[in-house]
Design a protein around this ligand. Structure first.
Ligand code: ADP
Length: 394
């Protein structure tokens, strides 16, 4: 299929979009409709010459926003729509052409992602009404991790919780871990091999990928498990919930909200969830920012070390996401905690590889596991999986 793919990531009050050509060099049209359903609703984006625009869409709903997006396509006609769907449960191991049975299966997994899947499905319905003849493909955040073996995905809980209620580890950020590990395999002499990937954005997760298959990852049943994130705690003692309830009288909703929205870098620093501001405050000697940076990096290193157990061989580590792509300090701190892995970081390559650059950060002639920065491209991966899904059906 040569026509462009329209990639849609639909939240409860937002639609992120990108129109992606089959030629990777062709300019992308991309943007965000946000605050939908409110008087401040608006569409922000860039046209093909790279100029930014903001268009007010007062009180627009998802369908009206999609119609406004359609008008920004500059005459380019999409051949298909690829939807990011957060949770595919165990049902979806790859992208799927959307029909009634796929919609039913996504609805069935909504209990596992009550905030995300219903919003993603609302986006599918709105897109179908605006583009009734286009094929629509669902691409799942969880699907890449469906190759994890039971020892990685099972919790040590009663079997019935898994068998009857699907309580297991699923993992997220699958399109990102898949994209960067495949790209490292193309760029590096090591090939597909064994890679540890660290996606560090507002949400953060690590993954162990061997031969393009995920063998383990740090997120679990929900995206709260694992690393310290912008506002999410990551791993805590599972006894914490009962303790907070019994000792402080907190409700489950309050605990959920604190762990998801008030913890992580924000909770530790008491200042911000933004890594740039944490770096600045730490540099100026602010003790809680220094602590937030230390805990953040230590937990990444600990997770990478743990995930190395999943790999038959270690060819390298890959940093990606807003922090992984732009923070030489975080990369240096994390690698300094893993001296026994034999990485050899070139400091000047580390400092220079920011703002969308990809590259290997190794010192010259180094033979051990490599260090890579690969800017992620989740939209590009969704477009590619959409094309593959449709081509496989021809
Ligand atoms: P999302 O997960 O929402 O896609 P991003 O991948 O854009 O988020 O990552 C956002 C994070 O990246 C923020 O913590 C931000 O501070 C951080 N970040 C962006 N640029 C830099 C930079 N130059 N140095 C350090 N951190 C950065």
């Amino acid at each position: 299929m040569n026509a462009p793919v329209l990639v849609i990531n639909c939240g409860s009050s937002s639609i992120k979009y990108a129109l992606i050509d089959s030629d990777p060099e062709a300019p992308r049209l991309a943007g965000l409709a946000e605050r939908l359903g409110s008087p401040d609703a608006r569409l922000k984006g860039k046209n093909s010459s790279g100029e930014s625009f903001t268009q007010p869409l007062p009180d627009a709903d998802h369908t009206q926003a999609l119609n406004a997006i359609l008008e920004r396509m500059e005459g380019r006609v999409p051949g298909a729509v690829g939807h990011r769907i957060v949770h595919g449960g165990e049902h979806f191991t790859q992208a799927a052409l959307i029909d009634d049975s796929v919609i039913n299966a996504i609805e069935t997994t909504a209990a596992l992602a009550p905030l995300h899947n219903p919003a993603n499905l609302a986006g599918v319905a709105a897109t179908q009404s605006v583009f009734p003849t286009l094929p629509q493909v669902a691409v799942f955040d969880t699907a890449f991790h469906q190759t994890m073996p039971p020892r990685a995905y099972r919790y040590a809980l009663p079997e019935s919780l898994y068998a009857e209620h699907g309580i297991r580890r699923y993992g997220f950020h699958g399109t990102s871990h898949a994209f960067v590990s495949q790209r490292a395999g193309e760029l590096s002499t090591r090939g597909a091999g064994g890679w540890l990937t660290a996606h560090l954005g507002n949400g953060c997760s690590t993954s162990a990928v061997f031969n393009n298959q995920s063998l383990d990852t740090s997120m679990g049943l929900t995206p709260l498990e694992g690393l310290v994130m912008g506002t999410r705690s990551g791993d805590v003692d599972p006894g914490l919930h009962a303790h907070l309830h019994r000792q402080l009288g907190w409700t489950l909703d309050k605990i959920d909200s604190v762990l998801n929205k008030e913890s992580g870098l924000l909770g530790l620093s008491g200042l911000t969830n933004d890594m740039r501001e944490i770096e600045e405050a730490a540099e100026q000697g602010h003790p809680t920012a220094q602590l937030a940076m230390e805990v953040f990096c230590y937990r990444i290193a600990k997770s990478l070390a743990a995930l190395s157990c999943a790999l038959p061989q270690l060819d390298g580590v890959i940093f990606t996401g807003g922090i992984g792509e732009n923070s030489p300090i975080v990369r240096r701190n994390v690698l300094a905690l893993l001296p026994h892995f034999g990485f050899a970081l070139d400091d000047s390559a580390n400092e220079a590889t920011i703002r969308g650059k990809e590259g290997c950060l190794d010192s010259d002639g180094h033979q051990g596991p490599q260090v890579w920065v690969i800017p992620t491209d989740e939209e590009g991966r969704i477009a590619m999986e959409t094309r593959h899904c449709l081509e496989a059906r021809l």
